[in-house]
Ligand binder design. Structure first.
Ligand SMILES: CC(C)(COP(=O)(O)OP(=O)(O)OC[C@H]1O[C@@H](n2cnc3c(N)ncnc32)[C@H](O)[C@@H]1OP(=O)(O)O)[C@@H](O)C(=O)NCCC(=O)NCCS
Length: 132
């Protein structure tokens, strides 16, 4: 499966894939990647809504290529819909390969994409209208 030619959206988060984030085969857990995406999307959703937010849905998550220890993981986000109480953000994860990897000479490539939806909530965790 091929990724895009270039990242869509703004760079929101960069981090490093660590040995503690691997499965027994030595690749990075998909759940860890999803967590980074949720953090990145949450940062963007808070900026857009100016409110406390919760994740309500994750759609169409696709893992395109594996992530390896030492890769620099970059999450890009693009706000695609602002509703009454919710905001949907397309998130893409790209990696810059580790200096030790065989593909170290290569450019960054896309590993994951998904659409995350967040709902603005009040102090009691009830949905609230997004002020625009
Ligand atoms: C998010 C939550 C506050 C929504 O409460 P609710 O009163 O049931 O809200 P609604 O069903 O009316 O949906 C609210 C908004 O979310 C959207 N939404 C709800 N389910 C959705 C789904 N599966 N996919 C996309 N959007 C969804 C609705 O379209 C609506 O958006 P809009 O107001 O912009 O039109 C409530 O479901 C909740 O607290 N969920 C748990 C959140 C959480 O703990 N997340 C972390 C998980 S670890």
């Amino acid at each position: 499966m091929e990724g895009s030619k270039s990242p869509q959206g703004d760079l929101i988060l960069r981090t490093l894939a660590m040995p503690a984030d691997t499965n027994p085969a030595g690749d990075i857990f998909g759940g860890w990647i999803m967590s980074q995406m949720d953090i990145a999307g949450g940062i963007r959703a808070r900026e857009v809504t100016g409110a406390r937010i919760v994740t309500v849905a994750v759609e169409s998550i696709t893992f395109i290529k594996p992530v390896r220890v030492g890769d620099v993981v970059c999450c890009y986000g693009d706000v695609v819909r602002i509703g009454t109480t919710s905001v949907t953000i397309n998130l893409e994860v790209w990696v810059k390969p580790s200096m030790n990897s065989a593909s170290a000479a290569g450019n960054k490539f896309q590993v994951t994409r998904a659409a995350f939806t967040y709902v603005a909530v009040d102090d009691d965790g009830k949905k609230k209208v997004i002020q625009r």
